[in-house]
Design a protein around this ligand. Structure first.
Ligand SMILES: Nc1ncnc2c1ncn2[C@@H]1O[C@H](COP(=O)(O)OP(=O)(O)OP(=O)(O)O)[C@@H](O)[C@H]1O
Length: 251
């Protein structure tokens, strides 16, 4: 099967400045990969290139085997950008924001029954069903992030790409996110996450790819060597705890 994401020697520039210098990264179908690295190491740029928002200057970037420049099947991809304002200043309810996640499915047709059901399922998954009619402005930071995740899930994607989904999110919302993600992974969804800390998502991660200055510094595959934060090198990671690292008790 074609990998969900494949980058080969990808370079990218932002404002004439080279930012990615030959990134190789493959995310196989059903894999859960964390992109780690210090601030400015290029994590968001990798993700934004993957969703077609940053042009690839050289190298090859493919989604499900199709070069990103020719990729049109965006309904297969759910993207949660780095913390942003869901409504961009326009008054919108939580449901309206999540409805937008069905756009790739329905185009400009009105929402049908299947769309409404998918939106309901996504709101349930992130535990915001009771807030569906509320303005997004009334949500806390963590709830706001959950609304953006619900928007991505409403499209029922095969590939979920999230840029720092835990940033500024309270522990309660982090746990809801871990449970939500766990359910997606059980369905076979492929996941690429930008993270600063693995936190409650740690048991779900198969592999961590650490970036440094626009290059892949290293890849960590053993669960016990997964760094807790980007700053940790495997050799100075804390002693493994008594509990097995791949436990799912928190979920
Ligand atoms: N619009 C832009 N124009 C020019 N340079 C940019 C632009 N956006 C980001 N950069 C630079 O590109 C580099 C990579 O940024 P990127 O946001 O991909 O890093 P990151 O690893 O995601 O960082 P963070 O953890 O802070 O989000 C940084 O040096 C950043 O300053």
């Amino acid at each position: 099967m074609e990998p969900a994401i494949s980058l080969r020697g990808v370079t990218a520039e932002l404002g004439d400045r080279p930012v990615l210098h030959g990134i190789d990264l493959t995310v196989g179908s059903g894999e859960v990969v964390a992109l780690l690295g210090a601030n400015g190491s290029g994590k968001s740029t990798v993700v934004r290139a993957t969703v077609g928002q940053v042009p690839v200057a050289a190298g090859e970037l493919a989604l499900f085997g199709t070069p990103v420049s020719r990729f049109r099947n965006w309904r297969r991809v759910g993207y949660v950008p780095q913390r942003s304002t869901a409504a961009s200043g326009v008054p919108a309810t939580v449901r309206e924001v999540v409805n937008a996640g069905r756009l790739a499915h329905r185009g400009l047709r009105p929402l049908g029954r299947a769309d409404r059901q998918a939106v309901d399922r996504a709101l349930d998954l992130v535990r915001l069903a009771d807030r569906a009619r509320d303005p997004v402005e009334s949500l806390s930071g963590g709830q706001h992030q959950r609304a953006l995740i619900a928007r991505a899930l409403a499209g029922e994607p095969d590939l979920l790409i999230m840029d720092e989904p835990l940033a500024g999110v309270d522990l309660d919302s982090q746990r809801v996110l871990a449970r939500t993600l766990s359910a997606q992974i059980a369905r076979g969804v492929t996941v690429l996450l930008v993270l600063h800390e693995l936190g409650p998502l740690r048991p779900l991660i198969n592999r961590a790819v650490v970036l440094s200055q626009g290059r892949v510094e290293r890849t960590v595959t053993s669960p016990e060597l997964l760094p807790d934060t980007h700053a940790c090198h495997p050799e100075d990671a804390p002693e493994p705890s008594e509990e097995p690292q791949l436990q799912t008790g928190i979920l």
